[in-house]
Design a binder for this molecule. Structure first.
Ligand code: ADP
Length: 656
């Protein structure tokens, strides 16, 4: 022993997390056991999955269980599983870091925020603290593990104080043992080495775990005679022939391994027999979330596609919802036997926040991830479940749905672009803030119901900032007409608008690109401005492809637009921020012919076409248009210098 001992520092985010755990989860001590049992159960699941294609990996030991051992004298608890175990590399990778993307950034934000944030267990639960929750109750944690199919073991240990050590170790069989050296117990705290305390926690949090959770318990048992009847103490006589003891059963102390959980699969039980609490605990086990779910769906399908499903919608979006390699939340079972987790084939990407279990009796047990996609049964289940989810979502009351949409609306919207068959259904689910409703979500149905009598189209504008969109000059004419405009502020909306071209027979129309066709352009006036527009165009040749009278503006002097099929300014921004360099499409400069400044500009131009100010003003008008849509101008310093000059001129006493 003691060979190759290496000491390491925890990653900063783990240190932060440990500090948070120890300081904030004081009143949630129980959950350490749930987390460790959950990990043990996952480890056995994983081994079983591997054994489907490689039965030898079990090495003859297919009797899966999770064993709890408590020692009240030394104040230790051990949680042992005969699951997949970990190699040295896996220990380094999994224990000592936080794999979940986004967590580090989140923790850093908390650390850096000057405000004291209320750190609720729910908030911490989002990190999936799992294994680290051991440190709520323990001041030293040891993990001994041997990966299935290998014969070397690894020991990892830490006092939770910033460093951990790893060394080679001996372990008789595959799997993992976590040994907790419990902290000193305070007067009012539970004693986690007590049998009844452990029983109670396991019953409450881990009853449904599908492997036996066992513990050695000591009981007084009656001593039986040859016929199997209990021997009474008074039947044993002393030398004088008197009974040795009172008339009661003679007993001895025996140690027995007892199973503490019922192992009943929640999803296979009758709905009416499962309590909310049981449902919620099961959710926490499969999702590694600490908070109760927002919704659950539990149903059985019969007929050609037979399966049962228990699905949950979390209360909050996880931190890694937009991470490409995040795990999906639906696990696949066949007759209560775990087949695989992370089953992407069962649920479309745009419902990836759904967690749960699907149990299909007719599934081929040896189904691999590769062939799952082609499996007819799986395809039918997916279709059917999706239908159920749509029904549930569209049947929610407004308040609940708004909450759901706050969390997952951005994800649902992806379906508009990716699921052609269900586009209609998804279009009923999407919501937007609008020029008339800045705070509350508006459905397309409501939008259409509220359309003005003379309004033909559904208007929208895209951009990343709600406030900027609300004040966008592009909307001036529409506001004057009191036409409502959808304010689309998610990158995914750019794809929504490409795919969703109409709703209930009304076309979608960009408020930014293309002409609005609201009023007829005054052709006579337009011809008067023709020469000036040509001049401005030649001045801005590298930036704009056209200068024309605006169909959007009412108060502002200028704005930029595009042809209906041009890339929107927001789309260009999105592509640039994702590292692409889309060819900047030249924009159209729209000018407000009724604006007094433009009138003045025209007068100046007509008086002296060589006036140097004309060049300046052309650039200014362009930059103003760019700024008003939240864009970045090329040379801000030059811009403000020119504004400064203008102000100086305007304020100078008129020298007669
Ligand atoms: P989570 O369980 O949320 O992934 P944990 O911190 O609890 O986070 O565990 C990190 C990883 O360590 C797990 O994903 C798993 O790969 C590994 N692990 C934890 N406990 C065990 C165990 N008992 N057996 C095998 N691997 C384990």
């Amino acid at each position: 022993m003691g060979t190759n001992k290496q000491t390491y520092q925890f990653k900063t985010e783990v240190q932060q997390l440990l500090k948070l755990i120890i300081n904030s989860l004081y009143s949630n001590q129980d959950i350490f056991l749930r987390e460790l049992i959950s990990n043990a159960s996952d480890a056995i699941d994983r081994l079983r999955f591997r054994a489907q294609t490689d039965p030898d990996i079990l090495g003859g030991d297919g009797e899966f269980k999770i064993k709890i051992t408590a020692d009240s004298v030394n104040r230790t608890i051990e949680i042992t599983d005969n699951g997949v175990g970990m190699t040295n590399e896996e220990v380094m990778e999994n224990i000592g870091t936080i794999a979940k993307s986004g967590t580090a950034a989140f923790l850093e934000a908390i650390e850096n925020s000057k405000k004291e944030r209320a750190l609720t267990p729910e908030l911490i639960g989002q990190f999936g603290v799992g294994f680290y929750s051991s440190f709520i109750v323990a001041d030293e944690v040891t993990l001994l593990t041997r990966a299935a199919g290998t014969d070397t073991a690894v020991k990892w240990w830490s006092k939770g104080d910033g460093e951990y050590a790893i060394e080679e170790a001996d372990k008789e069989s595959r799997g993992t043992t976590v040994i907790l050296k419990l902290r000193e117990k305070e007067e009012d705290e539970k004693d986690f080495t007590e049998e009844w305390t452990l029983r109670d926690i396991i019953k409450r949090h881990s009853d449904f775990i599908s492997y036996p959770i066992v513990m050695d318990v000591e009981r007084e048992e009656p001593v039986l005679d040859a016929e199997g009847k209990p021997i009474k103490e008074d039947q044993i006589l002393d030398q004088d022939g008197k009974p040795m003891g009172p008339e009661k059963d003679k007993t001895v102390k025996v140690t027995k391994e007892e199973t503490l959980n019922s192992m009943k699969a929640i999803w296979a039980r009758d709905k009416k027999d499962v309590s909310d609490e049981e449902y919620n605990e099961f959710y926490k086990h499969i999702s590694h979330d600490w908070e109760d779910p927002m919704e659950r769906l539990h149903f059985k399908m019969e007929g050609t596609t037979e399966y049962s499903a228990l699905l949950y919608i979390p209360s909050h979006a996880p931190l890694d919802l937009f991470n490409v390699d995040r795990r999906h939340g639906v696990n696949l079972y066949c007759k209560r036997v775990f087949i695989m987790d992370d089953c992407k084939e069962l649920i479309p990407e745009y419902m990836r926040f759904v967690k749960g279990v699907v149990d299909a009796a007719d599934l081929n047990l040896n189904v691999s991830r590769e062939i799952l996609q082609q499996d007819r049964l799986v395809r039918n289940i997916r279709k059917n479940m999706l239908k159920k989810l749509f029904e549930r979502l569209s049947g929610m009351d407004e308040e609940t749905y708004d909450k759901f949409y706050d969390e997952f609306g951005q994800v649902i919207k992806e379906g508009i672009h990716t699921d052609f068959d269900n586009r209609d259904k998804i279009s009923h689910l999407i919501r937007y803030k609008t020029t008339r409703s800045e705070d509350k979500w508006v459905s397309l149905k409501t939008y259409v119901e509220n359309m003005k009598e003379d309004q033909k189209d559904i208007y929208y504008i895209t951009g990343d900032n709600l406030a900027a969109l609300l004040n966008s000059p592009h909307l001036e004419k529409l506001k004057e007409k009191e036409y409502e405009v959808l304010l689309m502020t998610d990158p995914v909306d750019e794809w929504v608008t490409q795919s969703l071209t109409e709703y209930e027979g009304k076309s979608f129309k960009s408020a930014e690109k293309g002409d609005l066709d609201l009023d007829d352009v005054d052709e006579k006036k337009k011809s008067e401005f023709n020469d000036l527009f040509e001049f401005i165009k030649s001045e801005l040749e590298d930036r704009v492809k056209e200068v024309k009278p605006s169909t959007h503006l009412n108060e502002s002097i200028s704005c930029l637009s595009g042809n209906a099929y041009d890339m929107s300014a927001y789309m260009e921004k999105i592509l640039k921020s994702s590292g692409q360099s889309p060819e900047s499409a030249k924009r159209i400069l729209e000018l407000n012919m009724d604006h007094p400044a433009l009138e003045g500009f025209k007068a100046l131009f007509e008086a002296d076409k060589e006036d140097t100010r004309l060049k300046d003003y052309s650039r200014l008008i362009f930059d103003m248009a760019l700024i008003s849509e939240g864009g970045k101008i090329d040379d801000p310093a030059d811009f403000s210098k020119r504004i400064g000059d203008l102000m100086a001129n305007a304020m100078a006493p008129t020298a007669e």
